[in-house]
Design a binder for this molecule. Sequence first.
Ligand SMILES: [Zn+2]
Length: 183
Amino acid sequence: MDIEKELNEELAKSLRKVGEVWAPWRSAYISGPKKDGECVFCAKVKAPLASDRENLLLERGKKCFVCMNTYPYTPGHVLILPFSHVETLDELDEETYAEFFTLLKKWQAIVKKSVGAGGLNIGINMGKIAGAGIAEHLHMHIVPRYFGDTNFITTCADTRVVSKSLFDIYDLYLSNINSKEEK
Ligand SMILES: [Zn+2]
């Protein structure tokens, strides 16, 4: 067996997988099950407040909301969205746009503090061709990154390990948002 060739193949395989942690085109992970074409994001907003935990909805603002991604790229993956079912940033009125980014600033801090992330990937996949799983409802991703998350979890285990349950992280986020507001 040609060792060099084998190593090169392994390296190429690893490099492909590094990119997969930020792999928005794997829409199955973010789109999830949909009922009769109903938008899953609009459904969260329309649901009663009592179902917010069940829906992993973290915060309702005036024009925007924050929820956890049910199919996280990494543990603690959060989404920021406008209430309005629009596809692009251009369609947001000034107030919504301002709140969208205010929530981003607030939540990137909460995420970083809560889950001990070494860094974050923050971004929007605008449009199907850009990789949006649910292109019709604009959403911003906050993806915590952990030391070794690509070279160990993704490369070796060939799957993403979500070590804490979604609801554990949900509760952790809520306790941090509340403790912050009490000050
Ligand atoms: Zn929607």
